[in-house]
Write a protein that binds this ligand. Structure first.
Ligand code: FE
Ligand code: FE
Ligand code: MG
Length: 167
């Protein structure tokens, strides 16, 4: 990274890099959880659920890209081994072993809620300290908030449908 670009970061860069690497590991695991969930999904409104999970998988991979570019720019090294993702991750990985759409949505809502917390903390840490990281984190947070909203809307539609069908 350029010397002036580094100089304007009013934070401990080593600590920031650790947090960015944790978020980076989260994004890969979120990507894979959505990607595989979209392949195995079964149940009512399957098509709509698959479309949403597939779109979110693409978003999570884009987030991994955004975070890794900033890690490299700051002079850091992105987590290089997939087997370390779970170790670094904040939000972990919830395997889509049950293909039921309701279960998948529930697991992914939990993941999004964790991600929202992670990016809110990074936003609070970088505000007025590191505008470049702040801007990246803000864009990702906006996506995660939308992801949670989309999944909860799907969950409501599904519940409504199941309620009506049991009458
Ligand atoms: Fe993400
Ligand atoms: Fe997300
Ligand atoms: Mg969506």
């Amino acid at each position: 990274m350029g010397t002036k670009g580094r100089e304007i970061v009013g934070l401990d860069i080593k600590k920031l890099l650790e947090l960015l690497n944790k978020a980076y590991a989260d994004e890969w695991l979120a990507y894979y959880q959505y990607w595989l969930g979209a392949k195995v999904a079964k149940g009512p409104m399957k098509e709509a659920v698959i479309a949403e999970l597939t779109q979110h998988a693409a978003d999570e991979l884009r987030h991994a890209d955004m975070v890794t570019m900033r890690i490299i720019q700051l002079g850091g090294t992105p987590v290089s081994k997939p087997e370390d993702w779970a170790k670094y991750s904040n939000c972990g990985y919830d395997a889509p072993n049950d293909p039921d759409v309701e279960k998948l949505i529930e697991q992914n809502i939990k993941g999004e809620q964790c991600a929202i917390g992670v990016y809110k903390s990074l936003l609070d840490l970088t505000v007025n300290k590191d505008p470049v990281t702040y801007n990246i984190v803000l864009q990702i947070l906006q996506d995660e908030v939308e992801h949670e909203e989309d999944l909860q809307a799907l969950q409501e539609d599904l519940e409504g449908m199941l309620r009506r069908s049991h009458k």
